[in-house]
Design a protein. Structure first.
Length: 147
C-alpha cells in the first residue's frame, strides 16, 4: 500500500489539471479534504485511510439540494433512471441532502483518472441539479437569491 501522502499528491495534481490551485481549496482542518467549484456547483473531494481494511479511499461528492418529506415517488424514480444513464456516478443521499457521488479504492489511481472523476461529478451536478431543483422543489435555476 502506498503512503496516503502519495494519494494526496495525486488529488492535488488532478485539481491543478482543472486549473485550480489546490492550496486554495484544501481543508486546513481536515487532512485529505478539498472543496472547489465547477461552474456554479460545489464539489467535495476526500481521500482517507481505513485501518480495518488497510485501504485508502477516494471520494468525490457534489451536494445538490436538501431533501424534504414531500418529494414524490416520481422524483426517486427519475433519479434511478438518471443513475442508469450516468458513467460511474450516481445519486444518493448524504445527511438529508441529495448528492452525486463517486467512491473508489485509491490504489492504482493516477491524477488523470482523479481529474476525470472530479470533472464528471461537477458536470453531471451542473447538468442535472438545476433541472431537478426546479422540477421537484421549486427552485428556479435562473434566479438569484441575491436579488
Amino acid at each position: 500500500m502506498a503512503n496516503i501522502q502519495d494519494f494526496y499528491q495525486i488529488v492535488e495534481d488532478a485539481i491543478n489539471q482543472l486549473g485550480v490551485d489546490p492550496n486554495n481549496c484544501r481543508d486546513e482542518e481536515e487532512k485529505g479534504a478539498w472543496a472547489l467549484m465547477r461552474g456554479d456547483q460545489e464539489v467535495w473531494i476526500d481521500c482517507w485511510y481505513v485501518d480495518e481494511e488497510d485501504n485508502v479511499y477516494f471520494q468525490v461528492l457534489a451536494p445538490i439540494f436538501e431533501l424534504n418529506e414531500d418529494l414524490s415517488i416520481e422524483f426517486y424514480r427519475e433519479l434511478l433512471e438518471i443513475n442508469y444513464t450516468m458513467l460511474g456516478v450516481s445519486f444518493g443521499t448524504y445527511k438529508n441532502m441529495l448528492a452525486l457521488k463517486v467512491i473508489r479504492e485509491a490504489n492504482g489511481m493516477h491524477s488523470d483518472e482523479a481529474h476525470d472523476i472530479i470533472d464528471r461529478v461537477g458536470n453531471y451536478a451542473s447538468e442535472y441539479g438545476p433541472a431537478l431543483s426546479a422540477k421537484h422543489i421549486g427552485i428556479d435555476p435562473n434566479s438569484s437569491e441575491d436579488n
